[in-house]
Design a protein around this ligand. Structure first.
Ligand code: FDA
Length: 401
């Protein structure tokens, strides 16, 4: 990519050439702004490339503000309303990119996530956007406040660049090995903009030694379930792994689970297993055989070994049978932690939305400074919502920079 000579000037500099940064660049470029995007990664858009198992779950057609976690649940509404999943589909149609709905409104590329990357880079070229990578930003300095003068000066590995609008689109902390950093949070703090508490989210959960050994025996087993924390529930699949618990239901609920707290799992939603255990017809079967039609035989065997005895219901009192049913419908588990940013899809928390305009993503206290995408305290559920937030917040800032 191109080099910038020392003391270059641009209208807009965007740090981070990911989903949000490129969408913002395209929109600002189309408005005739001179836009420079800087990224420290050698290979651009790695998160898009690896997302959705390589096919990028790029949006969710049912997106609403209720699909996001944020200190201010209303903050995301304006941007989401002005750039909807259908706007992104129009862009896909322009580039003739094929997609399909997998489940629950989740849209994936038919071919590969590379189609989306190629589309974004082509749109950047058409909008006259310049992208520099790999280029690192060593420092950001505010300039004296003068009308029509640049507001920020950036020291980069290619020299000095000044700009009127500076957009921070450096994402969250997940997957450090492909270039994730806390740069955005550090810039916020440098300008006295608060950052909420952050932690990994949409992340597999780890367990204490005993529970872990049990899950290991079931490693690879997937089970429909409802995972709940307080009033929040997700009805999706759970996956037992040799490290603990994963699968969509667990990733979803991980975003709501505070460290050290418990979650409750109903492993047979919609069934009443106590009725089955106490049914006259099942009196002489073993407990494993009563459970087996509702789950895999292996699951039933391991479950009974851990939580019951493999006797017949007739041999057990109703109290014991109720207790077995309760382990299945209300399995309460306290994870020891999670698999961290190396395995998390997103970072929960980020730049405090109280400091940002929900209309433009500009800081209320530092005019000219914008934050978009995952670096902001807006975290989507699993299912294409995080990309929709990246597109929508990038689009909102792109109209304002
Ligand atoms: P993004 O992370 O995309 O881009 C940030 C950019 O900033 C990167 O290019 C990085 O190199 C650059 N950068 C960071 N620090 C820098 C620095 N100091 N200097 C210069 N540049 C710097 N979401 C979804 O909706 N559907 C999905 O299918 C998936 N799948 C998925 C899989 C996996 C494995 C992960 C880890 C995540 C997902 N996600 C997802 C989440 C989604 O990828 C994420 O929310 C968006 O990419 C966020 O977009 P941003 O543009 O904010 O950050």
């Amino acid at each position: 990519m191109q080099n910038s000579s020392p003391q270059e000037q641009r209208d807009v500099v965007i740090i981070g050439a990911g989903a949000a940064g490129l969408m913002c660049a395209i929109e600002a470029g189309k408005r005739g702004r001179r836009v420079l995007v800087i990224d420290h990664a050698k290979k651009l858009c790695e998160k898009i490339r690896i997302s959705g198992g390589g096919r990028c779950n790029f949006t969710n057609i049912h997106t609403t503000a209720g699909d996001f976690i944020s200190g201010n649940k209303h903050f995301c509404k304006s941007a989401l309303a002005r750039y909807t999943p259908y706007d992104f589909l129009d862009l896909m149609a322009k580039h003739e990119i094929k997609y399909h709905e997998k489940t629950l409104g989740q849209l994936f590329c038919v071919n590969s996530a590379q189609d989306i990357i190629d589309m974004l880079l082509a749109e950047c070229r058409d909008a006259g956007v310049e992208i520099q990578n790999p280029v690192s930003v060593n420092g950001v300095r505010p300039l004296p406040d003068k009308a029509n003068a640049p507001k920020f000066s950036l020291e980069t590995s290619k020299g000095t660049v000044t700009c009127e609008s500076l957009v921070i689109a450096t994402g969250g902390l997940s997957i450090p090995k492909i270039g994730a950093t806390d740069f955005g949070h550090r810039i916020a703090r440098q300008f006295d903009i608060p950052v909420t508490a952050i932690r990994p989210a949409l992340v597999p959960l780890t367990l204490n030694a005993d529970d872990k050994a049990f899950c290991k025996t079931l490693s690879g087993v997937s089970q429909d379930c409802i995972a709940s924390v307080k009033k929040q529930s997700f009805h999706e699949n759970l996956l037992f792994t040799h490290r603990g618990l994963s699968g969509p239901a667990i990733l979803q609920i991980s975003s709501y689970l505070e460290p050290g707290k418990s979650l409750s799992i109903d492993l047979l939603p919609g069934q009443n297993i106590e009725d089955e255990l106490t049914a006259e017809a099942n009196k002489k079967k073993t407990i494993t055989n009563v459970l087996a039609p509702f789950m895999s035989k292996r699951f039933a065997q391991e479950w009974v070994e851990r939580f019951s005895e493999n006797r017949t219901p007739a041999d057990m009192g109703s109290k014991k049978l109720r207790a077995v049913a309760e382990t299945i419908h209300k399995w309460v588990i306290t994870p020891s932690g999670d698999e961290g940013y190396a395995k998390a899809e997103v970072t929960l928390g980020g730049v405090n939305t109280n400091d940002l305009s929900s209309n433009t993503m500009e800081s209320k206290t530092r005019p000219g400074l914008f934050f978009i995408g995952e670096v902001v305290d807006v975290t989507g559920h699993l299912g294409g919502f995080n990309f929709q937030w990246a597109w929508a917040s990038g689009h909102a800032a792109g109209q304002a920079v």
